[in-house]
Ligand binder design. Structure first.
Ligand SMILES: N[C@@H](CCC(=O)N[C@@H](CS)C(=O)NCC(=O)O)C(=O)O
Length: 215
């Protein structure tokens, strides 16, 4: 049994979706908002010194962090024809590697810096400026991803569904959010919408993004 430390809608959804896709047994432990709760951060720090999500405990008790490392960990034992990582050397795998690493090393850090700018600088003015700079840079980066998506679709790599599509489904829910993608990155937006409808992932999207029930 895997154990995933999670917060609804956050990066843990990247891993949760892959666990669901592969049909692996797992449980989630809700950690809370790491920016709002000092206690949540302190608790997670004991397991992952960086206190980031996803944090995954493997069935043998080892800890895995870094969503891309986890993506490859699952792919290593994926059943034939089911892997979310193209294995054969060639153009498809190269595109997969390039853009997956791009998302995680270029776009993801704009959240690390911009989500809570008080971690890095003080003063409302400078903090706002840094947050806005991160948001503008993030939009610039997404505009670089858009042309790399397959023109024919239905997925980023074309016919093949991959972990990239899961990243796009999850990360397009974050700022600048889906309406921005609809207007500025229509191929990514279409992939995200299609990703929302993958049956195996339905419980994950429901748990992470369902609107709270009316009181
Ligand atoms: N490189 C990491 C990035 C993970 C990450 O930044 N996760 C966010 C949640 S979406 C987080 O935990 N942020 C808390 C923090 O930055 O302290 C990965 O790909 O797993």
């Amino acid at each position: 049994m895997y154990k995933l430390y999670a917060h609804t809608g956050w990066g843990s959804a990247l891993t949760e979706a892959q666990l669901a896709w592969y049909g692996l047994p797992f449980e989630t432990e809700e950690v809370g908002n790491l920016f709002r709760s000092k206690a949540a951060r302190e608790r997670l720090t004991k397991i992952n010194p960086l206190a980031q999500l996803p944090t995954l405990v493997l069935p043998d008790g080892r800890i895995m962090t870094e969503s891309v490392a986890i993506t490859f960990h699952f792919a290593d034992s994926a059943p034939a024809g089911r892997s979310l990582v193209p294995a054969s050397p060639g153009a498809e795998r190269d595109a997969f590697l390039r853009w997956l690493v791009f998302l995680v090393t270029n776009i993801y850090p704009t959240f690390t810096i911009g989500d809570d700018t008080s971690r890095w600088i003080s003063g409302d003015g400078p903090r706002k400026e840094l947050q806005e700079a991160m948001e503008a840079y993030r939009e610039r980066l997404w505009r670089m991803v858009e042309p790399a998506a397959s023109d024919e679709g239905p997925w980023f790599l074309g016919a093949r569904f991959s972990a990239l599509d899961i990243y796009i489904s999850v990360m397009t829910r974050w700022t600048p959010k889906r309406a921005w993608f609809a207007a500025n990155a229509p191929k990514l937006h279409a992939i995200a919408l299609r990703g929302d409808t993958v049956p195996e992932l339905a419980p994950v999207w429901q748990r992470n993004y369902a609107p709270p029930a009316a009181a």
